[in-house]
Design a protein around this ligand. Sequence first.
Ligand code: ZN
Length: 159
Amino acid sequence: MSDELRDLYQEVILDHGRHPRNHRHPEDPTHHARGDNPMCGDRVEVFLTLRDGVIADAAFEGRGCAISVASASMMTELVAGKTPEAAEALFRGFQALCTGADHTHLPDVDASDMERLEVMSGVRQFPMRVKCATLAWHTLSAAMAGADRASSETDGGKS
Ligand code: ZN
């Protein structure tokens, strides 16, 4: 990647980190879960409103490093309007992206969504950061599954 592109990508992450989208507590979410990443001190709570089989609204609250907040912000934008299955598929794609695994042949993953998530792929060089980037997604997954808390399954160190 050129330096120019890398700067641009950081710009996107910084923008989401400073001005997170959907950073609010909805009045009547149907699903929610909390997640935390003690390695970095990131905490997030994800709120979903499922209606007619799709995620009608996704929002989050929490605080943490720029990567964790930016990732949560981007996630809420990307999963809105999707079925839980499609959101779960995108989570698998994002996990693969963050850990450097091949994500080009995963089923049911929207290529343009993956393109937008590509900005986060720099975390694969930093296993600690992978946890920051995937925290919101683990929490989303837990919320959709009806769990109150995200499992503390580890993403880091799979190099
Ligand atoms: Zn973090």
